[in-house]
Design a binder for this molecule. Sequence first.
Ligand SMILES: O=C1O[C@H]([C@@H](O)CO)C(O)=C1O
Length: 549
Amino acid sequence: LLVQAKVHYHKWDISYKFKSPDCYKKLAVTINGQTPGPTINAQQGDTIVVRVKNSLLTENVAIHWHGIRQIGTPWFDGTEGVTQCPIVAGDTFVYRFVVDRAGTYLYHAHYGMQRSAGLYGLIRVAVPDGVVEPFAYDYDRSIILNDWWHNSAYEQATGLASIPFVWVGEPQSLLINGRGKFNCSLAGPTAVCNATNPECSPYVLTVVPGKTYRLRIASITSLSALNFEIEGHNMTVVEADGHYVKPFVIKNLNIYSGETYSVLFTADRDPSRNYWLAVNVISRKPETPTGTAVLNYYPNHPRKSPPTSPPVGPLWNDTAYRFNQSYAIRSHPDHVHPPPLTSDRMIILLNTQNRVDGYTRWSLNNVSFNMPHTPYLIALKENLRHVFDQRPAPETYDYRNYDIYSVPKNHNATTGTSIYRLDFNSTVDVILQNANMIDPNKSETHPWHLHGHDFWVLGYGPGKFDPEVQPKEYNLVDPIMKNTVSLHSYGWTAIRFRADNPGAWAFHCHIESHFFMGMGIVFEEGVDRVGELPTSIMGCGDSKSLRRP
Ligand SMILES: O=C1O[C@H]([C@@H](O)CO)C(O)=C1O
């Protein structure tokens, strides 16, 4: 039987609109007038075509399809500066790619700090007809989590790139499916804040007593690590970043920016009342109120407030709690993709906060990433060698002598444009090593996202990674595959992947401001195998002359 893969056509108009997702009116980047944008629904093997019209008037845009590997279409990854030139104001750009694996994914802006302005949404890919998932449920629902600021992404970016440095600070609100609640009495005299605006009425998830729900939960926060809890209901985790998980039961879920999970829960509590869905900030000292939505037991009134106060989540600084949930995630026994038992290369990346010429930056092995504005993919394929530093980026750091628990002895670093060139089809290990920041007694959590691949998560641990010791404890039996993984405070995380997808791929901290401040690198593999680049990705920097109509 030949099953015809479908092609889904979407027409998106990107524009600024006044929005009040948390009751406070501000400018947001919207898709067809909405933030979050429309959900893309498809089936494994389908093709997605998105015709993006940039109607921002004075601002460029690019859209990344987060978790979609872009096999054979590295030019449609949507990463400005790496895989394409920005889509300039007034232009239309067509993305076309295959969603080759069922699961829950995201899309979002990948240009400057634009994502923080509201351009984001979900991609839900169903299994092929006749394929049965390793768990059962009655209904399938989505939850997209975000953090929200009242100043603009421009103001934030300018502060981060200024001397003196102006940090973005904690978000004003946490949003569940694009809705939050700011306390309007705290809004300044010139602000427009209306607590009864229907745009900021809480999201309501209505459930039928006795039924089991699959919740696809995604976090697209700009800064915050979150903890998600359904008051009074345990959850069973079954999927992470598009891979089936050995089911495990939790009271609440730690979710880092760029991660997606599916959890199951059954509406089996006292049906005479409603309950809270709650998100709380973890791993940074919370200054943002709990984000809430309503779990509405049918037939109670959806606006009937739960009689309790919302869950407050775990202690924000309980690092052991977060490590333990990370350790608990294993591949589903019937869906293990065993990793190669050895690797060809080990890259160790020390993550530090630094100063470069007085600016506050983040670095890997003392190099802070500076994106050239001729995209790497074009520079590599067309052999434009002057576009970026051709010397290899640093492979490791002085791990024998570096004290990860102290403020750096010398916090000065340099900026760089060099990349990591990988042998095609080789197996690569990357060790992320966390450390103390410039201020004493401070090491934050960083969610790292790899484009173009899934990786095996071989291990996490507190303290310093020693290449002679920790690899002996890797999980080579049933490690989960992911595209985003957390690096915990003062800890290390080890991942392994096959460099089998020709292209140029970003690997970076998913905290919007941290990537902006240089916390990322680029991998290249098999670029000689990349087919002819579409000229639609060209036109900026040194690719100007390459763009043909
Ligand atoms: O990059 C950052 O800067 C601040 C702080 O270190 C200085 O204000 C913070 O928490 C970051 O993650």
